[in-house]
Design a protein around this ligand. Sequence first.
Ligand SMILES: NC(=O)c1ccc[n+]([C@@H]2O[C@H](COP(=O)([O-])OP(=O)(O)OC[C@H]3O[C@@H](n4cnc5c(N)ncnc54)[C@H](O)[C@@H]3O)[C@@H](O)[C@H]2O)c1
Length: 535
Amino acid sequence: MTVGSAPGVTSLPAPTLPAGAPNLVLTGLMGTGKTTVGRLAARSLARPFLDLDAAIASRAGCDLPAIFASEGEAGFRERERRVVADAARLSGVVIATGGGAPLDRDGFAALATTGTVAALTATADELARRLGDGAGRPLLAGQDPAARVGELLAARADAYAAFGAAVDTTGRTPAAVASLLAGRTGPAGPTRLRLVTADGTTHVIIGDGAIGSTDLRAALGGVTLAVVVSDAAVAETHATGVVAALRDAGIEPVGPVVVPAGEDAKRVEILTSLWDAFRAGGLDPSGAVIAVGGGATLDVAGFAAATYARGVALVNVPTTVLAMADAAVGGKVAIDHAGAKNLVGAFHPARLVIADTATCASLPGSARREGLAEIVKAGLLASPLVLDLVADAPLAWSVEQSLRVKIAYVAADPRDRGVRRALNLGHTYAHAIESASDHAIPHGAAVAMGLVAAARLGASLGTCPPDLAARIATVLRRIGLPASPPALDEGRLAAAIGADKKRAGGASRFVVPAADGAALVSGVDPRDALAMLGA
Ligand SMILES: NC(=O)c1ccc[n+]([C@@H]2O[C@H](COP(=O)([O-])OP(=O)(O)OC[C@H]3O[C@@H](n4cnc5c(N)ncnc54)[C@H](O)[C@@H]3O)[C@@H](O)[C@H]2O)c1
């Protein structure tokens, strides 16, 4: 298949991402210690560390001297330009760039605006001593290291000075430089994001301990009574913490009102019992509903808030990775009906979302991993570099990347009629896998498999590189998620894709990764599409 022969390929370009936590960008000549210092600073700031030279080598499948040998410096710089652009779509990362990266002033400026830049430096003598014979450094190959370092320092001084204060590392240990930089960056508090649509503004707070550190009185200005809704699994723990925080803020708490755990809560009987509890608790349009739990709790409590008294303010406190990364933001609330998921619902955006990642500590490992599948999906829409980081990154960072993507797409298309469909990346496959396995394969695992299949489909259509599927599979395996399904009945898979097709108005549609985000593919022969699952 090629793009030319597939007129059903529609681009779903990624909108501009909102700023998140600032990046700390380290640059400077070889030998200044960018990588060692960056790694140490990242550790003390509890942030992921990204070495752009290592990312270039990993993408190329060979080391930098081999890239210089086969493509010359120009080929390397082109690769570097692309990876710097991808890094500029990340937030909250400590990034070490190659020493020549600031020479591309425009490209580096885009990265510099995402945070602060520290240009590490040292005297020519010290650098020559640290670099020794220059082995493995293509720019020193065949030259006297001391003389060449002097030349490079002079040639690049302006470029480094353009982007940030120089930090002299002469006579300092990497640990001392790292602690200087970490001290300047300050402790990592919760990250704040904001989603603005015609339906209202959602303030989002992300971080370990965010429930306790949020000023609820300020965030819920004017609210004097709030009903807390949660499921039994978190009622005694996280919901009780929310009740205490409300009391401390001078807001009268009611509840927790407990709903059944999981999908069983998304029924009309639970909805009516919530309306009853709201009435008994004295909730009126000046009050708020605070939903504490997984996506199912948020969906039913949100729908109750959307409909009670023609709509009261909603606060979401997600306690699963999936609910933090996806369900809590975006305005969709719903219950299931007549065997159909989310058949009856509304758009009712939360006024405030507190994604306290510490609440996920009580989740079983499988639920945590399953949620990460949605974060890998969001990463594919944000920047390919998320794949390099997500398996080892702190959860709060991963949730932040996911929510930046979700916020960008929802802001661009609040009612899910256009570009927001990119968020269904891999999901046509996932729904078919869940259905054909009688839901023995859970949603997150099915999304993981669906992402790999979607990348294979995209590669066959020329929308994404041929090696992307393998790179996604490697990351999924590191997380502990499956990359391909067990043998499933082809007829049932095809029937499930057919059911999706009916819902989509007659054409089976797949969202696949693309260079600028994602693309919507329609009119693919179901047999071609299904072949991607087993390839
Ligand atoms: N509205 C949206 O935009 C949206 C988006 C994605 C998914 N969803 C919905 O979200 C639901 C799935 O969400 P989910 O994966 O969070 O599952 P879930 O809400 O069913 O929760 C899964 C289980 O985890 C338990 N749990 C929750 N938090 C816990 C914690 N911190 N510690 C221990 N146990 C905990 C729950 O009691 C439940 O048994 C589906 O109903 C789906 O339709 C909605």
